[in-house]
Ligand binder design. Structure first.
Ligand code: SAH
Length: 346
């Protein structure tokens, strides 16, 4: 018998589940509150539920879809978790300390089908989509591991996988994250990062309000298609048009991520193309020096080159921030810990 993963249910679905099991709708709300906000480890901890209901829950439902199998802490405080799913597959979650809060980077798929040439996850191919419950549970486990769970205020979908390729599950998870009777994250502090699936960007704009980040990495079609095969399907003019149409609440911007790779996309003309491409957009550019995979020939540019690239953008009045790669010593770039773990342990 398949047990229902309650963390993935919407408020309405949770009430239906309760009624289907002979309970009142308020029981559904109570269970949802426990599942999403109390970080319990077992149904027995749901102390205001009758024992018979806890027994029913154990038989018919589950809310613990992940098991932490490894947690490593970097010198800079970045913490990386490797979680095992019930079918044995593993995913990564990264907790990043910022000045006054914590950001959690969560995964949306096991592996990824997008095959970007710089990305370790892409090499693993797509294994499967995560369920809404598995996406949410990454946040719950991180909160549970913290002395002050409220410090975790920001969520980015920048871990393994392409969130918009797992659209329905991601939307359900995001709703449970931001709804006031769910986990109550501010939608201003939740960011979905995509490689640029144009129809889904348009859909996202209609379905939910969260921040959008786009992994750009190339400012002309030839360079971008070489790094990111998805660009052949949705070239830059379509992607930029979708970004221009994306509704932005007051003073919000779209973040464009640009991994800098030596002699590939770090030339002056790339910076100039980038300015041209993003002109007229409310854009913030994150420059990310490539986190080099030991098996790849691609390298990050020198810091001088990176500052020079940044200056071209800031001279044209773009906000361009160099994102220091955190957690290098614990292999925190997308998919790297999983790769290292499996080569050692599997
Ligand atoms: N599929 C989504 C989300 C996953 S990748 C997307 O493409 O946006 C999210 C981020 O991982 C990328 O934008 C990039 O910032 C980072 N990343 C992946 N591989 C990297 C590498 N080798 N070096 C530095 N950053 C990397």
């Amino acid at each position: 018998m398949i047990r229902t993963d309650l963390k993935g249910l919407s408020a309405a679905e949770m009430e239906v589940w309760a009624v289907d099991h002979g309970l009142g709708t308020y029981r559904g709300r109570q269970i949802r509150h426990w599942a999403l906000t109390r970080f319990v480890k077992s149904f027995d901890e749901m102390s205001n539920l009758p024992k018979t209901l806890r027994t029913l829950l154990k038989e018919k439902a589950h809310i613990f879809p992940l098991r932490e199998i490894k947690a490593v802490q970097s010198e800079d405080g970045t913490r990386k978790y490797l979680h095992q799913l019930q079918d044995g597959h593993t995913i990564e979650t990264v907790l990043i300390p910022e000045r006054d809060h914590l950001t959690l980077c969560i995964s949306s798929q096991v592996g990824c089908a997008m095959n970007c040439s710089f990305c370790a996850t892409g090499k693993q191919g797509l294994v499967r989509n995560l369920t809404p419950g598995e996406i949410i549970e990454q946040v719950i486990l991180a909160k549970r591991s913290l002395e002050y769970p409220d410090r975790l205020t920001n969520i980015v979908l920048m871990g393994m996988g392409e969130p918009l390729a797992n659209y329905d599950a991601v939307i359900k998870a995001l709703r449970n994250l931001i709804e006031p009777d769910g986990m109550n994250f501010s939608h201003r502090k939740v960011t979905l990062s995509t490689c640029g699936l144009v129809p889904e960007i348009e859909r996202l704009a209609r379905d939910i309000t969260v921040n959008l980040a786009v992994s750009l990495n190339g400012a002309d079609d030839e360079t971008r298609s070489r790094l990111m095969p998805i660009n052949r399907k949705y070239p830059l003019d379509q992607l930029i048009q979708a970004c221009k149409s994306f509704p932005l609440p007051n003073r919000r911007m779209i973040t464009f991520e640009y991994i800098l790779i030596k002699d590939t996309n770090d030339r002056d003309r790339d910076a100039h193309n980038l300015c041209w491409l993003l002109s007229g957009l409310r854009a913030k550019i994150n420059l990310i020096p490539l986190n080099a995979d030991p098996e790849s020939l691609m390298m990050p540019p020198s810091m001088d080159r990176i500052f020079h690239f940044q200056k071209i953008l800031t001279d044209r009045h773009f906000t361009a921030i160099i994102r220091k790669s955190k957690g290098r010593d614990i292999l925190a770039a997308c998919g790297q810990l999983k790769g290292a773990f499996e080569s050692k342990f599997c």
